[in-house]
Design a protein around this ligand. Structure first.
Ligand code: NAI
Ligand code: MG
Length: 495
């Protein structure tokens, strides 16, 4: 049941894992390594090279050299598209292996990684490869007295720092548009979950991505991450993670005048009107808040329920959440895997404590869970709280399977309540009255408003946040490709 396929087992046996710099697998210059854990067992999974500023310098230099000399930036866009489609083909060919690695490193259910995270990332490469092929790179500008045109050229070296909740999927969201546009990249994966990114580098090499175009420096945030963010030779930077670290990245990039894209946290609301199928909506939101053990930045964590259906909704939500199977990621029956680390579990439990001390009432008691045979794992039971809108659990991002329920009876007031959040990533509206649903959806201040669904992702549907949830244009939309292309005009007076 929990066994690995031979390919995943072989990948994991080649330890310590090395950095990927300039097309070569190398140890960190310091020789140091760190451990990544299997959160389902609380045991060491692998030893990984601990890159720091010296390794980041080498990786940026390799990416710079590749930007100038490998031909990646200047090759016909169709040729790059062919290589990126080969990469997507390889991701699908090794889908099960990648899903097993991801499930082990992050703790998430293997079936979820295999059905969603991995194929979705492959599709991201195809989407941007195709979009790039159909994007005009050279356009005449119609002007009197001037012969003029615009060129759209890649920036050069782009830095990426990723979090641990969707490591493989986010590599796709981040680097696919940058690569399709002809840039070269240096990736710093989260220290908790570096393995699928290393596998990605291996596949990129196999697909024919030239040496130095993709570089991976594993290591800690304060060392490798900070060195990347402040590197003066970057042309663009992208960060996904907490608002606290997002600020540090933006500060460092600001000093160097490097444009930065930030994808930060959220405190998404679901507004549920009284004309819905209560049981079905309660089930959908129970599934949303427990997806990836609640470690999803855009998920529905504030449940704003019309007072007429409150009791029926709570009853069904508690029954569904309470029946979910908490377990090891490789167990096919598992609905909720562990959270990623002991630190993350302590954070979730800490919030539950603080919320209750500040007056929140418990509708379903969460807390630490024990899974038989996996006693060391970082398991958490789903929780449902209720209380006023000022409670810490109603305001701050917890990043665990915890929902906070409030009631309403007035459309304008519920819109105000949703918009009182400091975040602005994603909300949903649930109603069978589509006029009302659309009206409310447009009034919610966030990057994304979903109707009768939560956590909707599609290639071509731009995804991003405002306010504390981020800035810099978001991902997944056609605009994201443009974010990685710089405009350059060429003009001559016609005398
Ligand atoms: P984090 O923001 O510290 O980690 C994300 C990435 O940033 C990792 O690769 C890390 O190595 C890097 N990093 C950390 N400090 C850095 C620095 N000084 N300079 C450059 N890079 C640095 O997230 P953390 O501490 O693991 O999680 C804390 C909370 O952040 C979570 O509970 C959650 O609320 C939020 N979060 C949000 C995510 C999202 O998708 N929006 C993802 C991960 C965390
Ligand atoms: Mg891990």
């Amino acid at each position: 049941m929990n066994s690995l396929n031979p390919e995943a087992a072989q990948f994991l046996s080649a330890q310590p894992f090395k950095l990927f710099v300039g097309g070569r697998w190398v140890e960190a210059l310091s020789g140091k390594t760190f451990e990544t854990f299997d959160p389902g067992k609380g045991r060491v999974l692998a030893n990984v090279s601990a890159g720091d500023s010296a390794d980041v310098n080498a990786a940026v230099a390799a990416a710079q050299e590749a930007s100038r000399k490998s031909g990646w930036a200047t090759m016909p866009v169709n040729d790059r598209g062919v290589i990126l489609h080969r990469l997507a083909d390889l991701i699908i060919k090794h889908q099960e292996t990648l899903a097993q690695i991801e499930s082990l490193d992050v703790g998430k259910p293997r079936g979820q990684a295999s059905a969603f995270d991995v194929p979705h990332a492959a599709q991201t490469f195809r989407y941007y490869a195709d979009l790039a092929v159909h994007t005009r790179r050279r356009e005449p500008i119609a002007l009197s007295g001037l012969e003029a045109r615009t060129l759209r050229v890649p920036y050069g070296v782009c830095g990426f720092i990723f979090p641990w909740n969707f490591p493989f999927l986010l590599v796709g969201w981040g680097v696919a548009p940058a690569l399709a546009a002809g840039n070269t990249v240096v990736i710093k994966p989260a220290e908790d979950t570096p393995l699928s990114t290393l596998y990605f580098a291996k596949l990129a090499q196999e697909a024919g991505v030239p040496p130095g175009v993709v570089n991976v420096v594993t290591g800690f945030g304060e060392t490798a991450g900070a060195a990347l963010a402040r590197h003066p030779e970057l042309k663009r930077m992208s960060f996904t993670g907490s608002p606290e670290v997002g600020r540090l990245i933006a500060e460092a990039c600001g000093r160097n005048l490097v444009p930065v894209k930030l994808e930060l946290g959220g405190k998404g609301a679901a507004v549920i009107f009284d004309d819905v199928n209560v049981d079905a909506v309660a089930d959908s939101l129970a599934a949303a808040v427990t997806l990836n053990a609640g470690q999803v930045c855009c998920t529905a964590t504030r449940w704003l329920v019309h007072e007429n259906i409150r009791d029926a909704f709570v009853k069904k939500a508690i029954a569904t959440l309470g029946a979910m199977k908490i377990g090891y990621g490789a167990n096919p029956e598992t609905n909720i895997g562990p959270v990623v680390s002991e630190k993350q579990r302590a954070r979730v439990l800490g919030y539950l404590d603080r919320g209750v001390k500040a007056g929140a009432k418990i509708l379903l008691e969460g807390g630490r869970a024990e899974v038989k045979g996996h006693e060391g794992g970082y398991y958490v039971r789903p929780a449902l709280l209720t209380g006023d809108s000022g409670n810490v659990c109603a305001r701050e991002e917890i990043f665990g399977p915890v929902a906070y329920l409030m009631t309403f009876n007035d459309e304008d007031k519920v819109v105000e309540l949703v918009n009182s959040s400091a975040y602005g990533l994603a909300n949903s509206v649930w109603s069978n009255n589509l006029d009302r649903a659309n009206r409310v959806a447009e009034k919610l201040v966030a990057g994304n408003s979903w109707i009768n669904a939560h956590n909707l992702f599609a290639h071509g549907l731009p995804y991003g946040g405002c306010n504390l949830s981020g800035c810099g244009g978001g991902v997944l939309g056609p605009e994201t490709l443009s974010d990685y292309l710089r405009n350059q005009t060429v003009a001559r007076p016609l005398v």
